[in-house]
Design a protein. Structure first.
Length: 467
């Protein structure tokens, strides 16, 4: 569709929940500012919702804009840009492909769709000569994706790692500050609106995994999907784990880690993308990121370390990112330009989690007898895993400094002790196999917890571990 000089850039909005409502408000309240920045008015011409009765204020203020027919709205000839905030895979994918193929640029916040099938959208946008922008899909208002694909386009990014889910960060922060268990911290997060009624996507790591896939795709010029991301959530993180981390001078965060792994031996250069809770030292800047905030570290060969921090979710922050994309797309429409296209030239393989070097913190309940440590150390040695430090507690009635639980031995039974093992780096498959073998030893009564350790680049005095 040909635009006349001075003609408005017309926008169709798909979805009008918390984020969509903020998009509508900002478009109306900042109309003059947006027109000045774009060089033409930005006009909202339609809002598609599934259940109009849930949007009485919208209908009252803009009765002519609301429709339940998203397909017809996307097909309209007078629409230049489609903004999608309905989420999920379908019907979002079909609607966006329809918009793109009809020559409309797209702004979306749909991390799940981008992580599953972003390549299809990118290919369609490239074929149609339109823009596909999605800054709001990762880390809310934090400007992160645009620096990755534009500001750092001339650099070689080696690692992107950080906290990209506000719900889990709020829960873990609450556990660390109050000593609460996971269930109580989740209940608090739900009551304050940080967690959904069904928190599965957040607490099981799926939300962060989708974001990790998007980050890895942009950073390493390689198509990475959510299915490629190793994913573990925080349900098993206990108050005892939090206490153990504190004893090491660490805290626990749910991390999304994306790395470009150099070639080694017979293994080619590859990409690793993973999400899991991990201990990090309190000296690391990510350790101080509390509540529902997000923070991401980017490491590049020339630029060095960069940190992006801010509100990672919420209606207004996410809408801010969407409006930023909308301004960029509208400027391109007015000026006849295009934004960056997909860059997937590297096409690196994704390294399986089992081949990724990691470190473990393992807490065990063991029989308090001679030879226990030797038996356990033997299992590590057989799999080529080096032990960095060992600490034993218990062995008599009292309170375990590892778990905080009371240790009592029933009359006539052998006493128990707690054993904490911290490893050096080894392939994750070797570490997992070692823990599985240890659990079967007759001297091991329980594997209480297994956590990965990240960023111990200093001495941890509690265990004497040199990072």
């Amino acid at each position: 569709m040909t635009r006349g000089e001075g003609a408005p850039v017309r926008v169709a909005l798909l979805g009008c929940g918390t984020v969509g409502g903020e998009v509508v408000r900002l478009l109306q309240d900042q109309a003059g500012e947006l027109a000045a920045r774009v060089g033409a008015p930005v006009e909202l011409v339609g809002v598609a919702v599934r259940r109009p009765h849930r949007h009485p204020d919208l209908i009252q203020r803009y009765p002519d804009l609301v429709t339940t027919d998203a397909t017809a709205l996307v097909a309209r000839d007078d629409v230049d840009v489609v903004v999608e905030v309905i989420g999920g895979i379908e019907p979002a994918r079909t609607l966006l492909l329809q918009a793109i193929k009809s020559g409309k640029s797209v702004v979306t916040a749909n991390k799940a769709l981008l992580a599953e099938d972003g390549a299809t959208l990118a290919e369609a946008a490239d074929a149609a000569g339109v823009d596909l922008y999605y800054e709001a899909s990762v880390a809310g208002a934090i400007p992160l994706l645009r620096p990755l694909r534009e500001s750092l386009a001339g650099d070689a990014i080696t690692r992107v790692a950080g906290i990209v889910n506000g719900t889990t960060n709020f829960i873990l922060s609450a556990m660390a500050s109050s000593g609460a268990g996971y269930a109580d911290a989740l209940e608090e997060a739900t009551s304050l609106g940080y967690a959904e009624a069904d928190p599965t996507a957040d607490v099981d790591g799926y939300d962060a995994a989708s974001k990790a896939a998007i980050l890895a795709t942009l950073a390493f010029h390689t198509r990475v999907t959510a299915a490629d991301v190793h994913c573990e959530g925080i349900r098993r993180v206990s108050a005892a784990d939090i206490a153990a981390a504190a004893g090491l001078g660490c805290t626990i965060k749910l991390l999304a880690i994306c790395e470009r792994v150099p070639a080694s031996g017979l293994r080619p250069e590859s990409v690793s993308a993973r999400v899991y809770p991990a201990m990090i030292p309190l000296s690391h800047p990510l350790a101080s990121v509390d509540g529902a905030f997000n923070a991401v570290f980017v490491e590049a060969e020339a630029a060095g370390q960069l940190m992006f921090y801010g509100q990672g979710a919420g209606g207004a922050p996410t809408a801010s990112a969407i409006l930023g994309d909308l301004v960029a797309v509208a400027r391109n429409r007015v000026g006849g330009g295009r934004g960056p296209r997909e860059s997937a030239y590297a096409s690196l393989p994704v390294r399986p989690m089992g081949d990724v070097p990691t470190r473990y913190h393992v807490s065990l309940e063991v029989a308090d007898r001679t030879g226990v440590l030797s038996a356990i150390a033997g299992e590590f040695s057989r799999r080529g895993v080096s032990i960095a430090a060992v600490r034993q507690t218990g062995g008599q009635d009292g309170f375990s400094p590892v778990t905080g639980e009371e240790i009592t031995t029933p009359p006539g039974e052998e006493e128990s002790a707690r054993l904490v093992v911290v490893t050096h780096g080894a392939e994750d498959s070797a570490l997992a196999a070692t823990v599985e073998a240890i659990a079967k030893l007759d001297v091991v009564r329980a594997v209480e917890s297994v956590l990965r350790v990240e960023g111990l680049g200093r001495t941890v005095s509690a265990l004497g571990v040199a990072g």
